[in-house]
Design a protein around this ligand. Structure first.
Ligand code: PLP
Length: 389
């Protein structure tokens, strides 16, 4: 029996309808969008359609008509690098960047690189034990002088979502540009780039049933960025390189599909997650649920069991469940989660942390079976521990 997949924050399968829309662009309609002939025109039209689909999903349509700029990239990591480094290069030096320590590593490492090379001064924003931003403190920091505020839409480990509308208003009050990494949130919760005053937004197709290696950075019209990849001047000079047409079509198709399905799907996913959580809580009284349970991603369930290390649970489960013990990006490095460090979690809970994440293929039967397996593993480990005392 294959493992029950509970790792939709790491990645999602490509939706069959999305795949069907991508396929012709590999070999039948293989034109280069830069070419001045019918093959190129067709590809270029498909790319423009994808830009509209992506912009529509996140409300990046301009009030006067048209779209904010959609730069297609290889995924959120590249989008984030372009946003932060590209912004800093065009701003007064050093660029004052305010951010939280629980942002994705792509944000942290890009920002620290700029700091180490004297191009940025970093101002760290306080978060509480649920990962929430302290808004009064944020306002003080913005008032102290900031060029770029970076706040993710939702955290990839503990699922905490951020009040982007309020934050956007604060950035406008203090004349600060606002970059939002929406990788985990796009296609899962409503986002309004234009209305909320967001200036830069990163997203990636593989988190919402599109292909891996395809993402976008949305740039507010008029905002100046320094390109990070130079070459043929593609995409208004912001990101050179022949466009990945099948990947871009897949990103656009996935965005359009999420726009149509998100509300119903995510309501269902949240209900499954709540049932999962309730089943675990009923059997494991000491269970700790991390993140902001009042405002978290619908599919997110981040837990810890005091006194049980996650590697013990993994071993006891013997491959029955596929989930993450920290974010996928960190797992390879075998280090404790920087997100849990940022929220001040103690070592014992950190060692027990499990990120379970549901997606649209998740079923009630899977959730029930997964909860039962986890509870049985917990009970077996507890019995072993009790036998030792
Ligand atoms: N930002 C967040 C919040 C993420 O969860 C991820 C992926 O794990 C990324 C950025 C990086 O995305 P990509 O895999 O497309 O580079």
């Amino acid at each position: 029996m294959s493992a029950i997949y509970l790792d939709y924050h790491a990645t999602t399968p490509v939706d069959p309808h999305v795949l069907a829309q991508m396929l012709p662009w590999f070999s039948q309609d293989f034109g280069n969008p830069s070419s001045n002939h019918s093959y190129g025109y067709d590809a270029s039209k498909a790319v423009r359609q994808a830009a509209t689909q992506v912009a529509s999903l996140v409300g990046a349509l301009k009030p006067q008509g048209g779209l904010h700029t959609v730069v297609f990239t290889s995924g959120a990591t590249e989008s984030i690098n372009l946003a932060i480094k590209g912004f800093a290069a065009k701003s007064a030096q050093p660029c004052r960047i305010a951010l939280m320590a629980l942002e994705h590593k792509a944000v942290l490492d890009s920002s620290k690189y700029l700091e180490q090379t004297g191009q940025a001064e970093l101002k760290w924003l306080k978060v509480d034990s649920k990962g929430r931003l302290e808004l009064a403190e944020l306002e003080n920091v913005l008032a102290s002088g900031v060029d770029l505020l970076v706040v993710m839409a939702a955290n990839n480990e503990i699922g905490t979502c951020y009040p982007l509308e309020v934050i956007g208003q604060l950035t406008k009050k203090y004349g600060v540009s606002f970059f939002c990494d929406a990788s985990q949130a796009a296609g899962k919760i409503p986002l309004e780039f234009e209305a909320w005053g967001i200036d830069l937004m990163a997203l990636t197709a593989h988190k919402f049933y599109g292909p891996k290696g395809s993402g976008a950075l949305i740039v507010r019209s008029g905002l100046q960025l320094q390109a990070q990849i130079h070459g043929g001047g593609h995409q208004q000079g912001l990101r050179s390189g022949t466009l990945n047409v099948p990947g871009i079509v897949g990103l656009g198709a996935a965005a359009a599909q999420r726009q149509a399905e998100m509300q119903a799907d995510e309501t269902q996913i949240a209900a499954l997650r709540d049932a999962f959580q309730a089943q675990l809580q009923a059997a494991i009284p000491e269970l700790v649920v991390n993140g902001d349970t009042d405002f978290r991603l619908p599919g997110n369930l981040h837990i810890a069991i005091p006194g049980l290390a996650n590697h013990q649970l993994l071993a006891q489960l013997a491959g029955k469940l596929a989930f993450s013990t920290t974010s996928a990006c960190n797992s390879a490095l075998d280090v404790s989660s920087h997100v849990l460090c940022a929220i001040g979690q103690n070592q014992e809970l950190m060692r027990g942390a499990l990120r379970l994440s549901l997606g649209k293929p998740s079923t009630a039967e899977q959730v029930e079976a997964a909860a039962t397996a986890l509870i049985e593993a917990y009970q077996a480990l507890k019995a072993k521990q009790n036998a030792l005392v």
